[in-house]
Write a protein of this length. Structure first.
Lengths: 390, 579
């Protein structure tokens, strides 16, 4: 049985990658709000029945998908019915910022849970002080918008009309969100159908074994890649981050420890949490920290096998692991770039001369040309245009 | 047909159920907004398959009760075909028949022979529900999403089972989720208790008797109301009222009410009112209706039952897009007091032309201060409305001085005590009292103005302030004088002292800083020179009025040494001044 599964592992890996690719294409082609969102925040993933992400089309969101999935399972005690779709945008339920909403659906075959489909898309607006949600003066998350903790928008295939109405009512752009929700649910349906079909094609037992092998193989490949790095402790620090609510500058400091096949990232020494919207959740920090590694090893599969080789220490209450109710709206841009820069600085010290090198990653975090105005404080170093306050 | 006695017993039973619901909430809720201030209302609604009717309510906040009907209608519109025993539904959205985000309506259908017939309901002002500003009063709000979480009609319990995910979603949007959880549980508990009582009522009298009794009491209220209106002179009467500002730069916002009396029919139209404003004073239609009925019920004999029968004879219209019937997403958080009070005033000024003896002030004006922060004693967040500087607006009416703290529209509210406030929040009160010579003169005077000084202690609080009643104060009626002008000072007694003229958003109040407020009282009713001199003497002895003002405002002469009334000199003085 195991031997057969290993033979099937590679084609299955390709099939899953193709599936998330198709989901992504379907979503990006169809999203009603596509002109208003940052497409780099779209992610489609498939997880195993024991909630390990086995394929994600956007490696930058691997750690986030992992954290949200765990949070969703905890919220419902792991109990789901076929046809359930859970959504959440809550940064403090494993998410990033309120603008990113994650959908999770369980996948059943003949009554047996065989995995989860996951889609993350940006919301063009979810209330709060500023259209689009980027409000530099937000000192609390509720100034940025409405938290949606894990909630079932479909139960057993039945749309929860009142929950949907509540979601839409809290957005300035409800028609776009309604359409986007339909599209995401459509993509998840496609995911379910195809995963079910794979389960039939490979048989459930083989499918499970093959997924296990994919994860184990990725973990082994990652360990091998890490072994090319120079063992030791490396320190990296970011450029200062501006806050519109405080004079002080904020910094990311990381110590990268490379040992035999594992890396640990210790963010002790980073700034304490800020008053404004530059704080990050732990999952956002982890997601940003993995990006330089994917820059180093672009062919590495994006799944939980990679995360098994990483350990993180992110002090709670710091800028990089903010506690409720701090605001986190800007976390996926400049603060994420700072995390990635600090980690990249470590990696440049650790990478061998003949090995791969970390390429430019700045482009991943630049603000896309969104139609929403982000108004800043006007002080030197403020990256946002300032407008006189009303 | 049910006999009159039985009908009245059923009516009183339903009112007793409402009262028991009210006591249940009071004794089990967590936030002082409930258990001290009593900022909630309970009632029972009836649905005949077509219309929602209010059939009973406990003594409560008029603005809650009248708007509740529209909220319950909105709930029925959404769920009428999807209600089951054990369901509990709720909403808070101002544009689903609500008033402002803070007032949440919870309702439970009670079934008789498989059909939902009666609907006990609690409407309450919740302490916090997300939004950029704790408590929801955001003076900088330019749209409704800048105020707080919007909850449309939503089912929170399904067949007796809590929808945990929906509940957690709502709680996640409060700064004080455990308090909110407790307050909601109190509201659910009251509805559950009412369900038991209503089942007992049906068991005792049967569905036919209960239904006939409800129809009887609705008809009775309508009949009594129409009989009263029929005594009023037919005609068209206009009244206006003006609000100082909307916190966003719009000043002198106008409400115009045109009341038409035709036999026993009453029509009130608000054409000519100001367009909706950028600031948070816009009044959703439910709120406007509430304030119209607050004014109307103030001129009715008090033994007329307040139920939907009263509303049958009244037609209220307000042009869309105006400050009295705004379109979403106009912000509206402040509307339950202002511009609400101005809607009441405009209506009352029109009514005053038809029934001058019965008209009087129903406005409130407001010296709003929501405060929130972290209380280090309890290591938890707190959110509260400062009631000490929002009290006192009761005006004089025919036969009665302005009394106590809350004015008639908020008569169900109770003072929060200084001592409990200091225990529950990081405050220390230095002053909390009436101020002499601030009561609006009249044959029946307004309540005096009220001064408060509150210090922040231990922890820094965040303040949001909106001040009205500065230029357009509580109005006098029938020759009575207007109330005093309100004031608000931040950092009182320091070099950073700042007088707030309209509003201030997100102001930190570090330990040791003091806010000093003065809330102008109510208006007077009738000519001050017609006031019983003995009552003026009482006011002097109570230090509400000085001896000098007694003479100047009332023509009453009091000997400063003996503090005795000089009645002869008073008569002469009044006669001289009358010339």
């Amino acid at each position: 049985m195991a031997a057969i599964a290993r033979q099937q592992q590679e084609p299955l890996e390709h099939e899953l990658a193709a599936l998330t690719g198709r989901m992504r294409a379907m979503i990006l082609r169809s999203l009603a709000s596509r002109a208003l969102i940052d497409r780099r925040h779209v992610a489609c993933a498939i997880a195993t029945a024991d909630a390990r992400v086995v394929q994600i089309d956007n490696p930058a969101r691997l750690a986030v998908a992992d954290a949200v999935l765990r949070s969703v399972l905890a919220a419902f005690g792991g109990k789901f019915a076929d046809g359930d779709v859970v959504l959440t945008n809550d940064p403090f339920s494993g998410g990033t910022h309120l603008q990113d909403v994650t959908f999770v659906t369980p996948i059943f075959l003949q009554g047996e849970l065989v995995g989860y489909g996951i889609v993350q898309v940006p919301l063009p607006d979810i209330g709060g002080m500023a259209l689009g949600g980027y409000y530099p003066r937000a000192s609390e998350i509720w100034a940025e918008g409405v938290r949606v903790t894990p909630v079932k928008c479909y139960r057993g295939g039945q749309l929860q009309r009142d929950a949907l109405t509540m979601l839409l009512l809290n957005s300035r752009l409800p028609h776009l969100i309604e359409k986007d929700l339909e599209i995401v649910v459509g993509a998840l349906e496609q995911c379910k159908t195809e995963v079910a079909s794979l389960n039939v094609q490979y048989t459930s037992a083989d499918y499970r074994q093959a997924l296990h092998d994919i994860l184990a193989d990725t973990e082994a490949r990652t360990r091998k890649a890490i072994q090319v790095l120079s063992p030791g402790n490396w320190r990296g620090e970011s450029e200062p981050i501006h806050s519109c609510l405080q004079e002080q500058k904020f910094r990311v400091v990381v110590h990268l420890r490379v040992t035999d096949g594992t890396v640990s990232l210790d963010f002790s020494g980073s700034s304490a949490a800020a008053q404004g919207f530059i704080n990050m959740t732990a999952s956002t920090t982890m997601a940003a920290a993995t990006i330089p590694f994917y820059s180093l090893w672009p062919s590495l599969p994006a799944n939980d096998g990679v995360l098994q080789t990483f350990s993180f220490f992110i002090p709670e209450g710091s800028l990089l692991h903010a506690r409720l109710p701090l605001s986190v709206g800007w976390s996926t841009y400049q603060p994420s770039l700072s995390v990635a820069q600090a980690v990249a600085a470590c990696l440049r010290q650790a990478q061998s001369e003949r090995g791969p090198v970390v390429t430019q990653i700045e482009g991943m975090f630049s603000l896309p040309p969104l139609p929403f105005m982000v108004t800043g404080c006007g002080r030197p170093g403020c990256p946002f245009p300032s407008l006189p306050r009303a | 047909m049910v006999d009159r006695i039985t009908a009245l017993v059923v009516k009183d039973s339903l009112e007793a159920i409402s009262e028991e619901m009210s006591k249940t909430v009071e004794r089990t809720a967590v936030h002082p907004l409930f258990n001290e201030v009593h900022d909630y209302s309970t009632g029972v609604f009836f649905y005949d398959g077509r219309n929602v009717r209010l059939v009973a309510r406990a003594t409560a906040i008029p603005v809650h009760i009248f708007a509740s009907i529209l909220s319950v209608e909105a709930l029925m519109d959404c769920f009428r075909d999807d209600l089951h025993e054990g369901d509990i539904v709720m909403l808070n959205d101002p544009y689903y028949g609500g008033t402002h985000h803070a007032d949440w309506t919870v309702m439970k259908p009670v079934f008789f022979e498989g059909t939902p017939v009666l609907f006990p309901s609690v409407r309450a002002h919740m302490a916090d529900f997300g939004g950029p500003v704790a408590g929801g009063y955001n003076p900088e709000a330019k749209d409704i999403w800048q105020e707080a979480l919007r909850i449309p009609p939503i089912k929170l319990f399904e067949k007796g089972v809590l929808r945990q995910d929906i509940s957690e979603w709502i709680l996640a949007n409060s700064r004080i989720p455990n308090v909110l959880r407790g307050d909601l549980a109190a509201m659910f508990g009251a509805c559950n208790l009412a369900e038991q009582r209503i089942h007992a009522l049906f068991a005792k009298y049967g569905g036919e008797v209960v239904n006939e009794s409800i129809e009887y009491m609705l008809d009775y209220a309508e009949k009594r109301f129409r009989a009263e209106v029929a005594k009023w002179p037919d005609g068209t009467y206009e009244g206006t009222a003006t609000l100082d500002h909307d916190s966003m730069g719009t000043r002198d916002v106008q409400v115009k009410a045109t009341v038409t009396i035709n036999g026993s029919d009453l029509r009130i139209d608000f054409a000519g009112s100001s367009p909706e404003t950028p600031g948070f004073v816009n009044s959703p239609f439910g709120n406007t209706v509430s304030w119209v009925f607050t004014a109307l019920c103030s001129v009715l004999p008090e033994d007329i039952p307040v139920n939907s029968g009263v509303f049958r004879a009244v037609k209220i219209t307000a042009p869309e897009g105006t400050v009295v019937n705004p379109l979403p997403p106009a912000p509206c958080m402040f509307s339950t007091v202002v511009i609400g009070g101005d809607i009441g005033t405009a209506t009352m000024r029109a009514l005053a032309q038809a029934v001058p003896d019965k008209a009087g002030a129903v406005s409130l004006n407001y010296c709003l201060c929501t405060t929130y922060g972290h209380d280090s004693r309890y290591n938890s967040m707190f959110v509260t409305i400062e009631y000490g500087n929002t009290l006192v607006a009761a005006s004089g009416t025919q036969g009665c001085d302005g009394w106590g703290g809350w004015p008639a529209p908020m008569c169900g509210l109770i003072y929060s005590t200084v001592e409990m406030s200091e225990i529950q929040f990081p405050f220390l009160y230095h002053q909390y009292e009436y101020v002499s010579d601030t009561a609006a003169p009249g044959r029946w005077r307004g309540v005096p103005g009220f001064a408060m000084k509150r210090e922040s202690v231990r922890d820094t609080s965040i303040l949001n302030v909106a001040l009205t009643g500065v230029r357009h104060t509580s109005p006098g009626f029938a020759g009575g004088k207007d109330g005093a002008s309100s004031r608000y000072v931040l950092n009182w007694g320091t070099e950073h002292e700042e007088e707030v003229l309209e509003s201030a958003a997100n102001r930190p109040s570090p330990p040791g800083t003091v806010i000093a407020t003065f809330k102008g009282g109510g208006g007077g009713w009738g000519d001050p020179f017609a006031r019983d001199p003995h009552k003026v003497l009482d006011d002097v002895l109570d230090e509400h009025v000085s001896i000098e003002q007694a003479e100047q405002q009332y023509g009453v002469i009091i000997d400063p040494d003996s503090l005795k009334l000089d009645l002869d000199e008073t008569i002469r003085r009044r006669a001289r001044m009358a010339k």
